[in-house]
Write a protein of this length. Structure first.
Lengths: 113, 108
């Protein structure tokens, strides 16, 4: 158990819908990362937050947005969902957000029908 | 262009064998991570390297910054080592890029 929690574990929804994925980092970790893993594109970095501020941005679509709240939990919002958004979404956390080990959550499996 | 190349894609070994997985990248990095993904999907970070060599149990990771290359070694491999091993690189622009993974199967 990494200490990082993600909810929900599984999510099935329809095209065009909007969903919110939630991540709670390990106690004491200030940085949160979001990743997408799909069968055709493998793992991709989406975005990183550090203590509420965006630190780095990867291949995050404009239909996706994220934020980190004062209690350090983070949410990833996915809107206007398409079939291709079906993937495993991982959250990871680390203490400071630079040059250190990341601890991964169990992932949220999203299926868009 | 930021690229991460990992080899081999698939690897089958007999229990006890010494295993090497390689990762090469194209431009300067700030850190390289080796990740292990279990058949159930969970990801564990094995190492974070910015230089030199690290060892944890039967796992050893090395990085050569000049050659832009890293290796993950598993000594005395065991069936429980069967997993996908993924190289992840943080380029100096703070972007993360991932290799396509090496699927390792260790046969008893």
């Amino acid at each position: 158990d990494s200490g990082v929690t993600q909810t929900p574990k599984h999510l099935i929804t329809a095209t065009g819908q909007r969903v919110t994925l939630r991540c709670s980092p390990r106690s004491g970790d200030l940085s949160v990362y979001w990743y997408q893993q799909s069968l055709d594109q493998g793992l991709q970095f989406l975005i990183q937050y550090y203590n509420g501020e965006e630190r780095a941005k990867g291949n995050i679509l404009e239909r996706f947005s994220a934020q980190q709240f004062p209690d350090l939990h983070s949410e990833l919002n996915l809107s206007s969902l398409e079939l291709g958004d079906s993937a495993l979404y991982f959250c990871a956390s680390s203490v400071r957000g630079s040059l250190e080990t990341q601890y991964f959550g169990p992932g949220t499996r999203l299926l868009v029908l | 262009k930021n690229e991460v190349e990992q080899s081999p894609q698939n690897l089958t070994a007999q229990e006890g064998e010494f295993i090497t997985i390689n990762c090469s990248y194209s431009v300067g990095i700030s850190a390289l991570h080796w990740l292990q993904q279990h058949p159930g999907g969970g990801i564990v970070s094995l190492f974070m390297l910015s230089s030199g060599k690290k060892k944890h149990g039967r796992l050893i990771a090395t990085i050569n910054i000049q050659e832009k290359h890293s290796s993950l070694h598993i000594t005395a491999s065991h069936p429980r080592d069967s997993a996908v091993y993924i190289c992840a690189v943080r380029f100096t622009g703070n972007q993360f890029y991932f290799g396509t993974g090496t699927s390792l199967t260790v046969i008893p």
